[in-house]
Design a protein around this ligand. Sequence first.
Ligand SMILES: *Cc1c(COP(=O)(O)O)cnc(C)c1O
Length: 376
Amino acid sequence: MDKFIPVTQPYLPPLEEFLPYLQKIWDSKLVTNGGPFHAQLEQALCDYLGVEHLSLFSNGTLALITALQAMKITGEVITTPFSFVATTHALHWNGVRPVFADIDPRSMNLDPEKVEAAITPQTTAIVPVHVYGNPCEVEAIERIADTYGLRVLYDAAHAFGVKKNGRSVLQFGDMSVLSFHGTKIFNTFEGGAIICQDAKTKRRIDNLKNFGFVDEVTVIGPGINGKMNEVQAAFGLLQLQHMDHVMAARARIAERYQSAFRNVHGLILHEVPAHSTRNNSYFPIRITREFPITRDALYDAMRERSIWARRYFYPLISEFPTYRGLPSASRSNLPVASEISQQVLCLPIYPALDVKTQDSIIDIVLTAAGLNQHAS
Ligand SMILES: *Cc1c(COP(=O)(O)O)cnc(C)c1O
């Protein structure tokens, strides 16, 4: 196989379906600053996700930075090292000191007990991540936040459409942030959103993403330019109509991997807790010491066959130069995250991944495991 197989690929609806939207933009000359498609997409996403207050952004990182600004977060914030680097960068851009706490080995999300142990008089907030779309222990985190008077901002970049006990995970915490980057299950090429819990807060966020403007002559604070433009918003509206297909295709691929790897010694599949839906935004496997070859050897074997599986999340955020000097970044403080970061491998999953290609990926894993029955 010489075709390059990425870990994910954006779903792009048929181009001719997008042209009428572009025609409307060309006719109206409304290209940004909260145009009609922007308003429609905010409402459509609220309906689809089961939330009430959502503000679109040009990307998820600016949404994270603005959410922290809107809550005036200062001092120290407890967060996970097992995430995409933007989670911690958003804290850094707010002049906030990140404090890393370890993760739970099953969920790979922040361990509430470790969060509680990391609280100091300077702590103002918790920034957990629903890694791979797997819900955090939202009730335990809420209890801790209420007890200590902390704000909670969820990085929900992976958690589009995820529900826990029938309720959107985006309804927990003070705010949640989504990413609509091309690698995410719902994409607007680049894009993101803040979900908050009341209309007043949404208004403040809407002002902050437009330089702080409230009206023509009033600027309420140091806002930023985080606005989503009309082409992105229109694409989001079209993409939303195809989400059933996207979700079903991903679920099919995930099931095929699961049944192939169910009883492979030394390979751990990612379990989603009962009462949670899974959006199959990623397909992580963990290669432990009992597997015949290392995670990196398996990763290399895939690269040789043009399959670009990804080691999300390796290195840990706490291992990058900007953060590794922090006391909480030490390996001894983060034993679970450090181990899992060495084990994890995310396999290709996206609607256009065909059965034959998926079988060749499964083949590589089973061959490495010494279990291969089908000759390749
Ligand atoms: C993708 C991602 C982001 C950043 O979102 P962008 O839209 O790419 O800026 C932040 N956090 C996590 C966990 C992500 O996966």
